[in-house]
Design a protein around this ligand. Sequence first.
Ligand SMILES: [Zn+2]
Length: 82
Amino acid sequence: MQNAPLFHVLLDHLEAIDTPPMEVQRFVDHWSKLTPHGHLPCPVCFLNGEEQPLVPLDAQANLEPVICKACGTRYEVPINER
Ligand SMILES: [Zn+2]
């Protein structure tokens, strides 16, 4: 699994916005096929049928935020999480 801490944050976000499990699974499948050097896709945009890259922002004390510039969703990734 690539970038597991980020992946968990993305899944939590999908759950928080009441994404149906089948849709979440679609994103999980997509994520599992990413290549190591490909961009990381925004899950919200992916489920809307678009591929938008997540852009890393400057790390803060213990967070590494990433943002999707297409939909403006920001994901806070804890640095210490497994
Ligand atoms: Zn997005």
